[in-house]
Design a protein around this ligand. Sequence first.
Ligand code: F6R
Length: 591
Amino acid sequence: MCGIFGYVGKRTDAGVIAIEGLKNLEYRGYDSWGIACKNGSELHVKKDIGPIGEIDSQEFTAPCSLSIAHTRWATHGGVTQRNAHPHLSEDRNIAVVHNGIVENYLELRKDLKAKGHTFQSETDTEVIPHLIEEELKKTGDFAEAVRAACLHFEGRYAILALHTQSNMLVAARTGSPLIVGVEKGSGYFIASDIPAFMKHTRTVQYLDDGEMVATDGKSITFSDIKTGETRPKREIPITYHIEQAQKGDFEHFMLKEIMDQKDSVARAVNQDEGEIRTIAEAIRRAKGTFLVGCGTAAKACMAAEYFFSVVAEHHVNFAHASEFKLFHHFLKPESLVIVVSQSGETADVLEAIRVARDKGAKVLAIVNVEGSTIDREADYTLLINAGPERAVASTKALTGQLAVLLLIAYALAERLKEGKTLLLETAAAINDMLNPRFVERLETLAEKIHEEENLFIIGKGWNYPMALESAIKIQEVSYVHAEGFAAGELKHGPIALIEKGSPCIVLTGNDEVLLDILSNAQELKARGAMIIGIGPKRHDVFDEWIKAPEASTAQAIMNIIPIQVLAYFLAVKRGKNPDMPRNLAKSVTVK
Ligand code: F6R
C-alpha cells in the first residue's frame, strides 16, 4: 500500500535521499508517486503516475534538508498525476502524504470550501493540509495544528506533514505503520517501513496507534494525539542486515526470496523449545483456538488445521481475518486467537485482534516483521525469522509460517523433538532441492505452459490449502487464470471446466489420501487434462512430474516451493515483473 518517506536534519541532500527512500518502498505496490523538497523558502513538488524508474535525480540535487515523498496505491480518486501525493495547503507552505482513508473527507471538504479553500484533486487526502492550515491560523504551532486537525479525521490513517516555515515534520498514526529512523547528531527519517532509510541508520523508534511525532531535525517529541501528553519512546536497533533486504545477484526479489528458503525454513524451526511448549499448553487449555490470517498467511492457517488434526488430534478453527468478526459469538476470555501475518501490519488482521480483545481472548501472533504493529499488539509473538520479504508475492514467509505451525502441532502432541527433527530434515532437503537443475526444469515447464489461459491445481488434506495457495501465487504474478480445488470436489462442479490439454497440477504426498487424489487425477486425465504431478513419487497418471522430496507431515512445505518457482517463470515468460504485480500491495493496510 502507500509508502511514506520524510527527512529533516543536517543533510543537504534530502531530495536525493527521498528518491532513494521511495525506490526502497516500491515493493509495497503503488500506481503513482510524488515528492516535495524545501528549496530555500519554496517547495519543489514533482508527481507522476507509473513507475518511479530512472527519474532524473539532478532535479533534486539543490541543497535541501527537509523533504517528504510518497508512493500511492489509489483508494479515493483515480490514478492521475493530480491525485498523486503530496497535497498542499492553499498557501503551499504545508505538504502532506497519507496512507489510509479519511472517511469523513466529503464533509470536511465542504466546510473548507465554504472558508475559501480550493481543491486540485479528487482525493480524501487533500483535506488534510487545508485543515492543518486552518488550525495553524489559531495557534501558530505546527505540531499543535496537526494534532487539532487529526481530531477531525475519521478512519485509520498514517500522515506525514511538512511545514516550510517552521522547518518541521509532523507525523501521526491511527492505523497504518510509521517508523522513525534516528541518525544520531544528524537528523530523523520517518517512513512506512525500515528499508526506506536503512542505508542511513540502524536505530528506530516505532509510533503506536494514536500517537504523533514532531521533529525539526534537532530533537523529536512523541505524544498522544487525543490528549497531547508527551510519551517516552525507546530506541530499538534493527536486527537484520542491509544485504538481506537487497536483491544481490538476482534479477528479482521473488526469485531471491524463493532461494532464501535454503536456510529460512531452518531459521523458522529453531525456536526456543520452552516457548513452543508453553504455546502448545495454551492451545490445550484454551476454550476454542482460532487461526486467522489473510491471503497466503490464511493458507498457512488452513494447512495448520490439518496439522493440528492429523498430528495432534486437536480441533482448531480457521477464519479469514476479514470474516472473523462474524464469529465473535464463539469467543470467550478463555479463547486463543492465533494471528498469522508476514508484515504484521495487515488491517484485516489488526481488526481481528480488536475483535478478540473485545471478548477478552488472548492473542498469539506468528509474524515475520519484528516490531510491527501486530507483534506489539499481541500477548505473545513467535517470529518466523524469514528475513525481509520484499516481493509482493509471499514465498519464504509462507514456508516459515507452515514450519512454525507444524512445530506447535508436534509440541501439542508431545512429540516436539520428533517434529523438530522432521522439520530440520525438510529444511535440509529444501536446500538440496533448490539446485540449478531443479530451477531449470521448472523454467522449461513454464516455457511449455506459459501461453495457457487456464491452470488448475488440486490437492487433498494439507495439499488442498497448498492448491489454493498455488492458484494465488500463479494469478498474482503471471495473471494466468489459475484455480485451486479440493481434489474430491472436482466431480461436484469444477470438472466441467476441463478440456483437452487443460494443464492440471496435482499435489501429492506419501500419505493416507494418495490413492484418492491419484484417482481424482485419473478423472481429469480421462477428460483430456495434461497432468503435472508434484510430490515425492512419479505415478503413471502424470504426464509431467516435478519431484518434491518425501517430507511426511511437512510435505505441504516441500510441495509449494516448485509452484513458487513455476509462478516466477510463468510471470517472466509472459513479460511481467513478478516483483510488482498490478493492483497489488505488499502490506495491505486498508480494509
Ligand atoms: C500473496 C500475499 C498476500 C499476503 C496477505 C497477507 O502472495 O503475499 O496474500 O499473504 O496480504 O499479508 P500479511 O502476511 O503481511 O498479513
